[in-house]
Design a protein around this ligand. Structure first.
Ligand SMILES: Nc1c(C(=O)O)ncn1[C@@H]1O[C@H](COP(=O)(O)O)[C@@H](O)[C@H]1O
Length: 166
């Protein structure tokens, strides 16, 4: 993996294992759709603690603005990364193969102690993580704001169209 969309990634997508990629790819697809440079790689707090520490420590200096971190099971990765960096961290609970219906990762990521927030999306909701990262970047980028508004207008139009066809 370790793929970088361009030299100047604004969003870092990390995951605890390559087995999370089918879920986390949705975040990358959204960022691609909005024309946002991102990087994507595997980082594990449990299995590669030094890699995790270095990634979080260097992220801001390398130009990242937001980190999306997905993990399953005892999902410590998003919280540990959030403890090291001042960048906003969006956590994606992943339903891994031997999970307790995903509740293990949901609660691990959601129930952070005061002081170290992780913006937790729904189970496997990497798409929403990508959209939230886009909205965070849009606060300082008018072009992105216009694109996000168009995205929402299109969502509304599709729902209204489906309602009209009932
Ligand atoms: N939760 C974590 C962390 C971590 O939080 O550091 N590292 C790996 N994992 C998770 O273990 C699950 C099973 O991983 P494997 O499929 O590699 O056995 C994955 O969902 C991964 O995110």
């Amino acid at each position: 993996m370790s793929q970088v969309n361009s030299n100047s990634a604004l969003v870092g997508i990390i995951m605890g294992s390559k087995s999370d990629l089918p879920v986390m790819q949705d975040a990358a697809d959204v960022l691609k759709e909005f024309g946002i440079n991102y990087e994507i790689t595997v980082v594990s707090a449990h299995r590669t603690p030094e890699r995790m520490f270095n990634y979080a420590k260097d992220a801001q200096g390398r130009g990242l603005k937001v980190i999306i971190a997905g993990a399953g099971g005892a999902a410590h990765l998003p919280g540990m990364v959030a403890s090291i960096t001042t960048l906003p961290v969006i956590g994606v609970p992943v339903k891994s193969s031997n999970s307790i219906d995903g509740w293990d990762s949901i609660l691990s990521i959601l129930q952070m102690p005061n002081g170290i927030p992780v913006a937790t999306v729904a189970l496997n909701a990497a798409k929403n993580a990508g959209l939230l990262a886009t909205q965070i970047l849009a606060t300082a980028d008018d072009t992105l704001t216009v694109k996000m508004q168009a995205y929402k207008d299109e969502l509304r139009r599709k729902v209204e169209e489906s309602a009209d066809s009932l």
